[in-house]
Ligand binder design. Sequence first.
Ligand code: BGC
Length: 416
Amino acid sequence: MNKTYKHLKLSAAALALSVGVAQAADVEVLHWWTSGGEAAALNVLKQDLEGQGIGWQDMPVAGGGGTEAMTVLRARVTAGNAPTAVQMLGFDILDWAKEGALADLNATAAAEGWDAVVPEALQAFAKHDGKWISAPVNVHSTNWVWANKAVLDANGISAPTTWEEFVAAVETLHDAGVTAIAHGGQAWQDATVFDAVAMSTGGPDFYKAAFIDLDPTALGSDTMKEAFDRMAFIRDHVDENFSGRDWNLATAMVINGEAGFQMMGDWAKGEFLNAGKVPGEDFLCFRFPGTGSQVTFNADQFAMFDQGGPVSAEQAALASAILSPSFQSAFNVVKGSVPARTDVSDEAFDACAKQGMKDLAAASASGNLFGSMAHGHAAPASVKNAIYDVVTAHFNGEYDSATAVTELVEAVSIAQ
Ligand code: BGC
């Protein structure tokens, strides 16, 4: 909707209210929730708003991690036609806030006490200059493995807890003629796996030094070379059609018993649930081997774009709906994530989410909670994209591990 039309619409709404007739305005929401599980979760939000008389204009831009969505957003804002609300991750939110593009949600946040219930790790990306500038929907994490239980059982495999056990399990499946690892060869998916592999290879101090502090010594270390060697092992155990595959199609391979494992954030669980599968019976969820105490998180938030005045009534209503405890439970049960508030009961959640909530609290308390590099919570987009390029080039055989390390140090240095 262009701005002129929107203003006309809003004045129509104001007029209708002044004569006592309820008239809702719409929200236009840009997001990348296009898979079956994601769409099911999005419906929870749409219906919540429709219940309040607020219409929904959908602006989906496919592509996990949101790279494509962020490109479309930039074009829309440049054209003076920003959407009402935009799904966004970590550093992207802060970048837009610094440009002065985001509406101030402080009034809603204060009235509803967000400061007391949203974890600090999320507030770091939801506030800028003392102002709330986005509404956190959830907490996902990237260091998960999803497994087909029947495939594992048939091959005498139980959930591996160390890299060595994982290697043995993958080789057992491979020798049995089963695709061990379902993967989609897209840069953001390669990077999602790399999050977990780097954490497992070097531990939390290494992960932080490399991806959050961007320390050239960690980026250029033998440990990083070992992480790339492990990526090469993974590359050797995906099927030959992996290139370009969407993440949810890789998840479907595990759901259908065509592959043993997928390493992916817990949005993958939304696909299993959407297919009617039950955790513990049909599929297993466990932390990437060697990262049992750590959580690499990303949180989806909705940033409200300044529409040329104070935050609009619809934007405030959307933010309020997102943060309501009942919505946080209903939405995240379907999405695969866990609530962005610390005071939501885990009662409605399945076993994987209950573990996710426990892991998150424990990791936060023990200093083992880190922003996901792959999903924009460790470093700004310029650095993230530079890491993507190197990880993907290595995954596709363009670089050996030693070259990848050298390229990584250089790419990160140039991107800063
Ligand atoms: C988002 C998830 C989404 C996933 C795949 C991630 O960056 O945080 O909400 O499901 O991408 O599209």
